[in-house]
Design a binder for this molecule. Structure first.
Ligand code: TRP
Length: 385
């Protein structure tokens, strides 16, 4: 299904509108966010949405180089995060990778970010001609009254699947995390499945050097069951792996084997520790629901269960689309649970649907419960936060 958007609208105009709304929702100034996104996407984002994406980004299923998420944190207000892929004026794997490095260095100069960790590892994840996947992605996080926080994602498979474990080990060693890396190696994957069903998906770095600066290693687990991510989470001391099982059961609506899109898990490493400090699990909920009304019901139940205000999600969605939730699938892309420091909580990933709304797997039956009503695109400040 095409979107209902005005075809003359450009990607940057749409994202700008969505950002202004979401920034208000989380009570942060939208100006830095808008400037950062304009800079990240460059002139490619000025194309009208009636034309295909300038670059088929895999950040989102419809090729949009941006995905939003709302992070619900214990004892803190929700924050807005933007995952984005830097686009060169004439996008290609190599040109986008250079654009991404330029973006990181320019923001470091602008915001006074320490780059030593980035400089130590970026060439580990370099390739002259990155495959279609990606070179570097960025995450930009905005919270109430805070300066933006930056995270960089590298592609461990940038030189092919077989090279990925060596690249991650090398990067961990360069960051002084060799022992931590060894601490998870045995338990992170099913026996013999590294590079097969279990794949190194991302290697990420926070661009600051506070005590909570994280290094994160992400694995995607194809055809996995909850017990496989429970086993992976077992490499982390001090968290309850059963939480992971329960979360997968609720988010997956009872799915036993996640045979469509893979479950993803990530380990968080903080400087100095001898092992991982935290674990997160990401359920690609869009592959395990018929439509977004079903995803919404599941995610809002999960948010309430963890004590978060589900109305924030409802309002976030209202700022992204007017379509009835049962009329498509994929608006709610992932939902994740973060266990352990620095910030336990739940994150909900939301698509922009700039280029496409995917049709529901099974339409909603008449009289079926579910939140199907159209929502107004309300650009006004919402109260009651
Ligand atoms: N779109 C990709 C995927 O679904 C990458 C991605 C975007 C992703 N946001 C994510 C992966 C959140 C895990 C969690 O795999």
């Amino acid at each position: 299904m095409e979107t209902n958007l005005d075809p003359a609208l450009s990607l940057s105009e749409l994202l700008d509108r969505q950002l202004v709304y979401l920034c208000e929702l989380v009570d942060t100034d939208s100006r830095p966010a808008r400037a950062l996104l304009t800079d990240l996407l460059g002139p490619s984002a000025l194309r009208p949405l009636s034309r295909p994406p300038a670059w088929p980004s895999s950040v989102a299923d419809d090729g949009t180089p941006v995905e939003f998420s709302i992070a619900f944190n214990e004892n803190e207000r929700p924050t807005l995060r933007v995952l984005g892929e830097a686009l060169a004026p004439v996008p290609s794997g190599a040109a986008n990778l250079s654009a991404a490095r330029r973006f990181v260095r320019a923001r470091a100069a602008e915001f006074g970010l320490p780059l030593s960790r980035f400089e130590r590892v970026h060439e580990v994840f370099a390739a002259a001609d990155p495959p279609n996947g990606f070179g570097i992605w960025q995450s930009l996080a905005f919270g109430p009254g805070r300066r933006p926080e930056f995270k960089v994602y590298f592609n461990p498979e940038i030189r092919g699947v077989d090279e990925a474990p060596g690249l991650v080990t090398e990067a961990m060693e360069r960051l002084g995390l060799g022992p931590s890396c060894r601490a998870v190696r045995q338990r992170a994957t099913r026996p013999g499945e590294l590079g097969r069903l279990d794949r190194l998906a991302f290697f990420a770095l926070d661009l600051h050097d506070g005590p909570h600066a994280r290094v994160k290693v992400y694995l995607s687990h194809h055809d996995a069951q909850a017990r496989d991510v429970v086993a992976a989470a077992g490499a982390v001391d001090g968290i309850d792996p059963d939480e992971v099982a329960e979360f997968c059961a609720l988010a997956g609506g009872g799915t036993e084997t996640f045979a469509r899109r893979p479950l993803v898990g990530s380990y968080t490493f903080l400087g100095g520790a001898r092992g991982p400090a935290g674990y997160s699990v990401y359920v690609p909920i869009r592959s395990y629901v018929d439509h977004d009304a079903e995803a919404y019901d599941r995610v809002s139940a999960l948010l309430s269960r963890y004590g978060f205000d589900a109305s924030v999600l409802e309002r976030a969605i209202a700022g992204l689309t007017r379509r009835p939730l049962h009329a498509g699938v994929g608006l709610i892309a992932h939902v994740s649970l973060r266990l352990g420091p620095p910030r336990p909580g739940v994150t909900v990933y939301l698509s922009t649907e700039a280029y496409r709304v995917f049709p529901p797997r099974r339409p909603m039956a008449v009289g079926e419960p579910g939140r199907g009503e159209p929502r107004p695109l309300c650009a006004n400040r919402s109260e009651s936060e």
